[in-house]
Design a protein around this ligand. Structure first.
Ligand SMILES: [Zn+2]
Length: 162
């Protein structure tokens, strides 16, 4: 006989179904909802195709229920504000990602520009190439000034260009 197991969601002991010997979550509806939601989130993180299908069907649903969405934002101002904030973050992240991609595509030997990653999450950008807060691009001026343009006191016999 199977030993009792403990459900991770409500900590209660349960008897696995004889048909699903590896069952790790009890069969209460709420716990099963948790389990499916967790699987879904995990799958979105690890399976790009699955994530794309989820995004597409979400977009399609939103397109077909634009009125519902509008009414929802109107009756849930905090959620609307949160959504705006998240959208701004996504927009910014997309811009910065493109910026980084374009800069990495440059032949750096011919470019005087340097990319500096700053902010608390710059370290994780280096690791994941995905999550970060800010990218600043500085033009390196000093080394790109040709020697002949540097200021020199005019000596005797110097011909100044017209
Ligand atoms: Zn449970």
């Amino acid at each position: 006989m199977n030993p009792n197991r403990r459900c991770p969601y409500r900590q209660q002991a349960f008897q696995p179904s004889p048909y699903r010997l590896h069952q790790g979550v009890c069969s209460q509806a709420e716990c099963q909802r948790h389990r499916r939601a967790e699987y879904h989130r995990q799958k979105i993180r690890t399976d790009p195709l699955y994530a794309q299908v989820v995004r597409d069907s979400r977009r399609q649903w939103q397109a077909e229920h634009a009125d519902y969405q509008k009414a929802y934002w109107q009756t849930h101002p905090e959620a609307a504000e949160q959504n705006r904030t998240r959208q701004r973050q996504r927009d910014r992240q997309r811009r910065v990602t493109n910026l980084v991609k374009n800069n990495l595509a440059l032949d750096l030997k011919r470019s005087a520009a340097e990319v500096w990653l700053v902010g608390s999450e710059a370290a994780s950008l280096v690791k994941n190439n995905v999550a970060f807060s800010e990218v600043l691009v500085f033009q390196r001026v000093a080394s790109s000034v040709p020697e002949s343009c540097k200021e020199q006191p005019p000596g005797p016999g110097d011909v100044l260009p017209v």
